[in-house]
Design a protein. Structure first.
Length: 306
């Protein structure tokens, strides 16, 4: 469920960047951000109740070969909220960033320990594995305002390194082994996020429109194009909460495009940013409506293990 927060927080940042790009009020993005923050607090409250009354279920999730990777969506949600809040008040953003960074660090080392100490079959591998380790690339985006450059570079290096390692494993899995189950198909969009977020983080750390930053951005565009060519595979999917995996990566590449325009002053990036933002708006609208419909029908949070 915290992937909902990731999508909505990313959407609020896209609205903020487009407000700068084409000139409209920041009131819209601030309203979306406050709504997202409220929803985040509700989800945290609900999960605390679950932790108190159903501790065994939480322990099962924490030791599940797939579900363990989704715990980091909580820390990434905090980091995204901190990025969104930076445009309102740096002091307000700081506690979200600190708590998010500490939690993300804990999840990073716990997840890698979990991987090393367990035996896994290749079919357990899916793009959700990127979340706890590659998610570290988000830390520098607001982190450059709170800590020295080397601190941000530490997390950036970890994220980029594990992106390469995990992508290699994942590419082997999708080509030489069974296809992803339908409910994990939307997670293919996560492939867009590492190079897109990596580009934004790199520009925040080094402020340098150079060969490496352009390499990251072009890879993000490649994955967008690749997923476009796989479009028919997504259109026939029934709804799963994993549909929210469609949203944040599209937000990330939209934000990267806005930053590319401001850094390079190449007008093409402005039009790409506007186009991708429009697609992101359409996708998040459809996913949000579908989610509300499924909540009303009580088809959310049901056991899918069978």
């Amino acid at each position: 469920m915290f992937s909902v927060i990731m999508g909505l927080a990313g959407f609020s940042i896209v609205l903020e960047k487009n407000a700068e790009l084409i000139g409209f009020s920041n009131l819209i993005n601030q309203t979306v951000l406050m709504g997202t923050l409220t929803l985040f607090l509700i989800f945290v409250g609900v999960y605390i109740v679950k932790l108190i009354f159903y501790r065994e279920e939480v322990n099962k999730e924490f030791n599940h070969p797939i579900k363990v990777n989704f715990f980091s969506t909580t820390s990434i949600s905090l980091l995204l909220l901190s990025i969104g809040l930076m445009s309102i008040d740096k002091g307000l953003a700081a506690p979200f960033w600190w708590v998010g960074t500490i939690l993300q660090t804990i999840f990073l080392f716990n997840t890698i320990r979990f991987w090393i100490q367990r035996n896994f079959e290749i079919q357990f591998m899916n793009p959700a594995w990127f979340i706890p380790v590659v998610g570290n690339i988000l830390i520098p985006i607001a982190g450059v305002e709170f800590m020295p450059q080397l601190f941000s570079y530490f997390y950036f290096s970890i994220g980029i390194f594990f992106w390469i390692v995990l992508f290699t494993i994942f590419f082997n899995r999708v080509i030489f082994h069974h296809q992803l189950p339908d409910r994990f198909m939307p997670t293919l969009f996560i492939l867009i996020a590492p190079p897109a977020v990596g580009f934004v983080a790199y520009m925040k750390i080094f402020h340098d429109w150079n060969a490496f930053s352009q390499f990251l951005l072009m890879l993000a565009y490649f994955f967008v194009a690749l997923l476009f060519f796989l479009g028919k595979s997504f259109l026939k999917l029934k709804f799963f909460i994993s549909w929210w995996a469609f949203t944040f990566p599209l937000m990330a590449v939209s934000i990267a495009s806005v930053m590319a325009y401001h850094s390079s002053h190449i007008i093409t990036f402005k039009y790409i940013a506007i186009g991708l933002s429009a697609i992101a708006f359409l996708v998040i609208s459809v996913v949000a409506i579908k989610t509300i419909q499924q909540v009303i029908a009580k088809n959310i949070c049901i056991d899918d293990e069978h």
